[in-house]
Every structure is written in C-alpha cells, then in structure tokens.
Write a protein that binds this ligand. Structure first.
Ligand SMILES: Nc1ncnc2c1ncn2[C@@H]1O[C@H](COP(=O)(O)OP(=O)(O)OP(=O)(O)O)[C@@H](O)[C@H]1O
Ligand SMILES: [Mg+2]
Length: 274
C-alpha cells in the first residue's frame, strides 16, 4: 500500500490562484517522480481541467450514483498526472445511504494505480461542501495574496477550520508576491495573528512570485510547468513541490485513497487531528 499524502489547496477569497497552484504543483510533483492525482473539487468555469487542457466525459456524481468507478472517470493530464473531476454537492456525501457510501469507498479502494499524492483543488470559501473536502486532507494549504481582502478571508477560512472543525494541519502559500522575502513577511504577519487569536502555528511552504508566463500558459490551456519549464514560475513550483515533500503528516497517513472518502464521511464530532 502506498503512503498517500492528501493535500488540499484552499482559499477564503476566489481568484487568488488555487487552480494555478494545484495544477502546477501536481505537475511538479509528477516530474519529481511521484504518482499524482489532481481532484478537481471546484466546478466553476476556471477549473483544473481547463487549466490542464484535458476534457472529461464523466465526473464524481457518476461514481456516487454507482454507474462509474473512480478508474472510469479519471483522465490523464500533462506529465502523466491523473485528473479526477469532482461533482457539485459533494458536501452532501454524509447524507448518502449505506449502499451508496460503500460503493464510493469501494471505488476509491479499488483504484488500480498506487498514488503518492492526491491534490485537491477546492472551491473558494467555507461552505460545507468545501470544508468536507478539506478536513479529509492531511494538510490544507491556504493560498493568500498580499491584499487586505485576501488576508482577511484567508484568516476567516483558517479560523473556521480550526475552531469549527478542530482541524489544524494548515499551511500557507503566498501567491503573486514580488519576491520570496515579501512572501515570507506575508506569512509572518498572518501567522502572528493565528498564533495570537487561534493558538495555531501555520506551516510555511514556499511563495509563488507574480509571473506573466502564468497568464501566457493559461491562455494556451497549459500549466506553466510544461508551457515554460524555464520560467521563474516553474522554478517556484518545483521549489514548492520540494517543500511539500517535507511537510509533517500528523494525521493517519496510510490507507491509500479510501482514507480520503472515509474522512469525508466521518461525522464532525469524531474528527480529530491528534
Ligand atoms: N503567481 C501568479 N502570477 C501571475 N498570474 C497569476 C499567478 N497566480 C495566478 N495567476 C492568474 O490569476 C488568475 C486567477 O488564478 P486561478 O484561476 O488559479 O485562481 P483560483 O483561486 O483557482 O480562482 P477561483 O476561486 O475562481 O477558482 C488566473 O488568470 C491566473 O492565471
Ligand atoms: Mg480555481
């Protein structure tokens, strides 16, 4: 059984770079020799499939209905990553009946390929459909830009995860910063507030600098990692992938893919990060 690490990419506010980071991080981890699946948890227009230039016929609702297996809905993306399209209403997973639940869990446990990483591109905000995903992840990385509204909303999602879901495995990815130093300072500012008011020390990962090449790649429906491997942005994503490898895993780490669904289905009161 593989030692699967599940990483959620989240943000309080929309449009801060979750999909850009999820897709490029997935490719960077794959290029470093890992087997990676990207779960597209956001069904908005700017979704991961578009960013990767792949198309899917089915999505996770076909797995819930029992018509397809996880294997059936997954497509291959750049650098061999597996892309799994989510479904709206995944927050209602807890409301499925026994048979449906067994089907979903079985579908995950039957997935043939061993995986090292599952990256979840979550939707923005703190809706139950989002926190259901995130609390199932070993680590949630909150994307934040150096703007008052982004910082306030990042604090908002961190507060909800910590105080309402007892979930504390949270790290930060400053995005669109002018240099690494300003990314670190942004982390320090937000972390100081979390330490003071939530008694929570956030993990720092790596910052993604603002880079025009990301926009050029997006216009070509390609991740910057494959579109411009020599760019500054691609360098940042390779460094981010290295840092991700070193993140501590304090939740039950083994158990493969079904761990993810099992945790999604765990009633709130039973969730603990001890
Ligand atoms: N570091 C960066 N440098 C330059 N442009 C960036 C950077 N990160 C993201 N972008 C651009 O910012 C826009 C928003 O990024 P993205 O779609 O990844 O955000 P998101 O958080 O997934 O948004 P949503 O909440 O709508 O899903 C895109 O046009 C993307 O190309
Ligand atoms: Mg997105």
């Amino acid at each position: 059984m593989s030692d699967l690490k599940i990483i959620g990419i989240a943000s309080g506010k929309g449009g801060v770079g979750k999909t850009t980071i999820s897709t490029n991080l997935a490719v960077a981890l794959a290029e470093a020799g890992n087997q990676v699946m990207l779960f597209d948890g956001d069904l908005g227009l700017a979704n991961a499939q578009l960013a990767l230039g792949v198309q899917t016929e089915y999505n996770f609702s076909d797995v819930i209905s029992g018509e397809k297996s996880l294997q059936d809905i997954v497509v291959r993306g750049p650098s061999g990553i597996f892309v799994a399209p989510g479904a709206s209403g995944m927050g209602k997973m807890a409301g499925l009946n026994e048979a449906e639940l067994r089907g979903v869990v079985q579908s995950f446990s039957e997935f043939q390929e061993p995986l090292d990483y599952l990256i979840v591109d979550a939707a923005a905000g703190i809706a139950p459909s989002v926190t259901t995903f995130l609390k199932a992840c070993h680590q949630t990385l909150v994307v934040v830009r150096d703007e008052p509204s982004s910082i306030a909303d990042a604090y908002g999602i961190i507060k909800v995860l910590t105080t309402e879901h007892n979930y504390t495995n949270i790290g930060l990815i400053p995005n669109g910063v002018t240099n690494q130093r300003s990314g670190q300072l942004l982390y320090q500012r937000l972390n100081a507030v979390c330490v003071k008011f939530l008694n929570l020390d956030l993990e720092y990962t790596y910052s993604i600098e603002s880079d025009e090449t990301i926009l050029e790649a997006a216009r070509k429906y390609a991740p910057v990692m494959t579109h411009s491997p020599g760019s500054m942005a691609a360098r940042d994503f390779r460094k981010l992938a290295k840092e991700i490898k070193m993140l501590p895993v304090t939740l039950r780490a083994s158990g493969g893919l079904q761990f993810f669904v099992e945790r999604m289905l765990t009633p709130e009161t039973e969730v603990s990060n001890g």
